[in-house]
Design a protein around this ligand. Structure first.
Ligand code: ADP
Ligand code: ASP
Ligand code: MG
Length: 399
């Protein structure tokens, strides 16, 4: 069972979480709980680091950010003890949960379950801080924002758990972010592929890497409310779902930036020379569109990056104007991506037309388009996002 930040956001809520855990124990389950930091705590810690330095050492940043989960772990254990449930806390290094990769964005590679199982066998509920692990150099790592979901899925996998339950502040996965569209509906079942698209395209209700890990390991995940005792959403294999809708959900991001290089020489090696320096500077590129060159001499290349990488990307591109041989750079950091996602579209024609026509009717201009088998994404001006989301939600019969 994993409880997110809002679910452990204050003392009463932690007491409520203890009751939910007790109920599961009373039903005969052995329970391992992963907790997030209390709501807002990780943001506050991050702000403190930024106020100290713009170049705060990532290793120390991990040490700092991971501390929020330690607090909620201890508090939940105390709350469980208070209602006569035996609980044992384990920090990631005591298990250990081993991670690899970059500080502030690492991934779990193994969990030694011996000590967890020992306590489970002694009828303890084991409470573990989410969002962290230790690397081979015994340094604390964190798993990227929202990473407690990844901790829960990794624990479920390594413990061969019967269920992985993600308790949060909404009733489950909705057809779109319910904060933005009040007509959003809870989805009962969603496939791993769809959820992976939804979360990577902006529905941060589940962290993307946790969905990927659940999919690769075939772990059924149930997302539900910690405030209401209702069925949530099952994230499961596509063959267990029958589709009566073409589109399952609409997702959006609000942190994109677009860069267009105009008049780039149309010759082999150009794309490679544009994206090499971005790779060397660790900048992740998302959408890429290259126009067909009408005169076979020059073309335009547009790509998007996270807004936080915008300034860096812009200056790298400007510094390369001679080498890359392009005429003009046009940048815009107020763009957003809106996507429709649904395994139903594989067998249903006309989804792209319906999407583009609906946006046209709202007078929304499309700046770039990308597709996969089960999603279509468009880049639009950020100012139009909510209008686009609501329109698509209604046109695709999700209201
Ligand atoms: P937790 O702290 O429990 O991990 P998060 O804030 O990470 O919770 O995720 C839950 C939030 O995700 C919701 O409150 C909602 O604002 C947002 N969200 C975005 N898209 C969706 C969606 N499609 N369905 C449900 N929630 C969504
Ligand atoms: N506390 C971390 C965050 O806010 C991890 C999590 O909540 O999943 O990103
Ligand atoms: Mg979360």
């Amino acid at each position: 069972m994993k409880f997110g930040g809002t679910s452990v956001g204050n003392i009463d809520r932690i007491k409520n979480v203890a009751k939910i855990v007790k109920k599961s124990v009373d039903q005969g389950n052995s329970v391992v709980v992963a907790v997030s930091a209390m709501a807002g705590v990780t943001n506050e810690l991050q702000k403190k680091a930024e106020n100290i330095s713009k170049n705060f050492n990532p290793e120390d940043c991990d040490l700092l950010l991971s501390s929020g989960e330690q607090v909620s772990t201890a508090l939940l254990s105390g709350a469980l003890n208070e209602i006569k449930i035996k609980a044992k806390t384990l920090m990631c290094w005591q298990i250990p949960i081993v991670t690899e990769g970059k500080h502030t964005n690492s991934r779990i590679i193994s969990v030694n379950t011996d000590i967890i199982k020992k306590f489970l066998n002694q009828n303890f509920v084991v409470v573990i801080p989410g969002f962290q692990g230790i690397n081979e150099q015994l340094r604390i790592n964190t798993l990227g924002r929202g990473g407690s979901d990844a901790s829960a899925v990794a624990l479920a996998k390594c413990l061969n758990a019967v269920r992985c339950e993600i308790f949060t502040d909404v009733d489950g996965i909705f057809t779109t972010n319910p904060d933005v569209n009040s007509k959003a509906k809870k989805i009962d079942k969603i496939s791993y592929d769809e959820m992976l698209e939804m979360s990577s395209l902006g529905a941060k209700v589940m962290q993307t890497s946790s969905v990927q890990s659940a999919m690769l390991n075939n772990i059924e995940v149930y997302v539900k409310s910690s405030f209401k005792n209702t069925d949530g959403t099952a994230i499961i294999n596509q063959n267990k779902i029958s589709y009566d809708k073409v589109i399952t959900g609409v997702a959006f991001t609000k942190d994109d930036a677009k860069i267009t290089l105009q008049g780039v020489k149309d010759k082999p090696g150009v794309a490679s020379s544009i994206f090499k320096p971005l790779y060397e500077n660790n900048i992740v590129v998302d959408m890429i569109v290259q126009n067909i060159s009408a005169d076979k001499l020059k073309t335009d290349i547009t790509f998007t990056v996270k807004r936080s990488d915008f300034e860096r990307t812009n200056s790298i591109m400007k510094s390369l104007i001679k080498n890359l041989d392009y005429e003009k750079i046009i940048s815009n950091d107020k763009v957003s991506k809106v996507s429709v996602i649904g395994a139903g579209m594989i067998t249903y024609p006309g989804v792209a037309y319906k999407m583009f026509d609906s946006l046209y009717k709202e007078n929304i201009n499309i700046l770039a388009i990308t597709t996969s088998e089960i999603k279509i994404s468009v880049l639009i001006d950020e100012i139009n996002v909510e209008n686009a989301v609501n329109k698509l939600h209604s046109v695709f019969d999700l209201d």
